[in-house]
Design a protein around this ligand. Structure first.
Ligand code: AMP
Ligand code: MG
Length: 383
């Protein structure tokens, strides 16, 4: 059944056929496109299945993530992630060293970019804008990322979009899960925030007063001899924990304080097993997150809860948040594991929303903002 004829952006004539009884196995969001590639002489006929986004007017955004440990580049078209590649810096000892992390980014971005352009299924001229993580993050890393994004923007003559990294974790969740106006628990290596949208801004209802939960997990991991990233290894060790050891309960009003819990947990190492320490640390810190989340849900009356950020990959935390959501009769959503940690796709997806709102910045006004708070951003794309 031919439903539409037309021309793709790079002058490829197409005939669009939508799923019908002849092709029962095609997903509804896929189209069979039969097209004539006029760039070759003589023109050759081709056909392929493509996502519906490919033939709509959704913008194509090239996104760069580089706030700390991850060099990430992605190409998205609307909500469709076309390519998403990253490289992650692992400190050889201690935590993330800003200069070493920035050197890692400057080494890996060119390689990733080469791969992306090599695999790109269309001409670079079809890219509509360049989005990059403008902040918050480590200054040296942000500057490397911004420099590359500016260069590509000038080279292919496409506008620049400065994305707030924390908000990108939220926008990713809103674009890849059904959550639309959720209460968000954003938990990562550098941030821990309870966020919700109100009157033109994302508001922070509670946050860490010292280190982020991911940072706390990683530093406890290092102290008790686990490899980096500690969060992943603590989750594994906690599975065989037998007893709940007493630790400080890290809630301060609606906010959190985790550094004292790390110190207290580490002090138990001479008397108790690593498994018991890991189990207890997760229970105490995640319970504090759960308590504030439950109070925020009760106050805001939001109808969904979204868990995002690298620590969202933790199954015990997911279980607790699911429990909180059920208690409050709201829907629970969590970002997919492969998109939980920092990645280029989240920057590009936030870029899609900002592109549609014409939220661009000039190259000359694109300075990085290392301490850019979530609640300082005027949200142009939600009405
Ligand atoms: P991000 O800063 O968003 O890239 O997240 C990185 C943080 O996520 C690090 O602190 C990791 O330890 C943490 N993380 C990753 N996977 C897990 C997990 N399964 N459980 C707990 N923390 C995790
Ligand atoms: Mg992050």
């Amino acid at each position: 059944m031919i439903t539409k004829r037309g021309q793709l952006k790079d002058h490829i004539n197409f005939v669009l056929a939508v799923k019908d009884r002849l092709w029962p196995n095609i997903k509804i969001e896929e189209f069979l496109v039969v097209y004539v590639d006029t760039r070759n002489s003589p023109p050759n006929f081709k056909s392929k299945f493509i996502d519906s986004d490919m033939v709509t007017n959704e913008p194509i955004i090239l996104g760069f993530e580089g706030t700390a440990h991850t060099a990430g580049i992605a190409i998205v078209k609307g909500k469709n992630i076309i390519i998403n590649k990253s490289a992650t810096y692992l400190p050889t000892q201690g935590g993330i060293h800003p200069r070493e992390a920035s050197e890692f980014l400057s080494k890996h971005f060119p390689k990733l970019l080469e791969q992306i352009f090599h695999e790109l299924p269309f001409d670079t001229q079809r890219i509509d804008a360049i989005a990059f993580s403008q902040g918050p993050g480590l200054g040296p890393c942000l500057r490397i990322t911004a420099t590359i994004a500016r260069a590509i923007s000038l080279l292919i003559k496409r506008p620049l979009i400065g994305v707030n990294h924390c908000i990108a974790h939220v926008e990713l969740g809103r674009m890849v899960t059904p959550a639309q106006d959720p209460l968000v628990l954003y938990v990562s290596g550098g941030n821990t925030q309870l966020i919700t949208y109100l009157n033109g801004r994302y508001r922070i209802l509670g946050e860490t007063l010292d280190v982020a939960i991911g940072n706390a997990l990683d530093s406890l991991g290092r102290k008790i001899g686990l490899p980096h990233p500690g969060g992943v290894h603590i989750e594994q060790k906690a599975k065989s924990g037998q007893q709940l050891l007493h630790l400080p309960y890290a809630i301060k009003g609606m906010s959190f304080s985790f550094s004292g819990v790390v110190t207290a947990a580490y002090k138990l190492i001479s008397e108790y097993s690593v498994s018991d320490i890991c189990f207890s640390f997760q229970e105490y810190t995640y319970a504090a997150l759960a308590e504030a989340t439950e109070r925020a849900l009760s106050c805001t009356k939001k109808s969904s809860l979204l868990l995002t950020g690298g620590v969202a990959a933790n199954m015990r935390l997911q279980e607790m948040m699911q429990g909180v959501a059920s208690e409050q009769s709201v829907k629970f959503f969590v970002v997919p594991k492969d998109l939980a940690g920092d990645n280029g796709a989240m920057i590009a997806l936030a870029g899609v929303n900002m592109y549609k709102a014409n939220d661009f910045i000039d190259v000359k006004n694109s300075q990085v903002i290392p301490r850019w708070r979530t609640d300082q951003v005027e949200v142009s794309w939600i009405h």
